[in-house]
Design a protein around this ligand. Structure first.
Ligand SMILES: CC(C)(COP(=O)(O)OP(=O)(O)OC[C@H]1O[C@@H](n2cnc3c(N)ncnc32)[C@H](O)[C@@H]1OP(=O)(O)O)[C@@H](O)C(=O)NCCC(=O)NCCS
Length: 181
């Protein structure tokens, strides 16, 4: 996978290149606050995490998974953008395809999440020919809700259908060709 837009590249994970930056990103408490997991504690945990992402992507034949967002100009790791079937409350993957984003803390407030998400939405609708995407987040995660709104997603309301039955706000968007009349 390699997609680019004005300021960013979206590419496959690389343990050698990404371990240090992934460690810095996911050892920041602000970044993991709404992700339902602990901060990474060391480089070994970062390497294992990246390996799990790589395995996960391979399990989906490269179609779904999560990818590194990097700066086009200098390859600095900006964050993580994901597109994948969302797990239901029993953790079994559902048919709904979720888009999501995590940025390293110093990269917040520069429009990178929205730019990466717009790039991924285009890929999902034009290259993968998906008809609909959803995004979920906790109500308190205002920054993530703001990304969903900037993308033009519609608010569906709260539900407990995904991620272990956690109360989550759900947004959706349809591809231009499949907007329901
Ligand atoms: C959710 C998250 C990715 C949002 O990051 P973000 O930086 O607020 O979102 P964007 O990258 O789209 O940036 C938008 C902001 O950059 C500003 N901005 C600055 N320069 C910009 C530019 N060139 N283009 C667009 N926006 C720009 C926007 O005005 C906006 O600012 P505001 O928040 O004050 O309104 C980030 O908070 C995060 O990583 N959280 C931790 C992980 C997480 O919880 N993920 C979601 C799980 S559901």
């Amino acid at each position: 996978m390699l997609i680019e837009s004005e300021r960013i590249l979206v590419r496959n994970w690389n343990i050698e290149k990404d371990t240090e930056a992934v460690f810095r990103m996911y050892s920041h408490p602000d970044v993991v606050r709404f992700l339902g997991r602990e901060c990474l504690k060391n480089h070994q945990e970062a390497q294992e995490y990246i390996q799990r992402l790589i395995n996960h992507n391979e399990g989906f034949g490269g179609k779904y998974g999560s990818w590194a967002i990097t700066e086009r100009s200098n390859e600095t790791l900006i964050g993580n953008i994901l597109l994948k079937p969302i797990p239901g409350k029993d953790r079994v993957l559902t048919e709904h395809i979720e888009i999501g984003w995590h940025l390293a803390r110093p990269m917040w407030g520069q429009g990178y999440a929205t730019e990466a998400a717009q790039t991924m939405v285009e890929h999902a609708f034009e290259t993968l020919a998906l008809k609909r995407l959803i995004a979920v987040t906790e109500l308190e995660n205002k920054a993530s809700i703001a990304v969903m709104k900037r993308l033009g997603m519609s608010y569906l309301g709260p539900c407990r259908d995904f991620y272990d039955g956690l109360l989550l706000e759900v947004f959706e968007m349809y591809s231009y060709q499949s907007v329901p009349l």
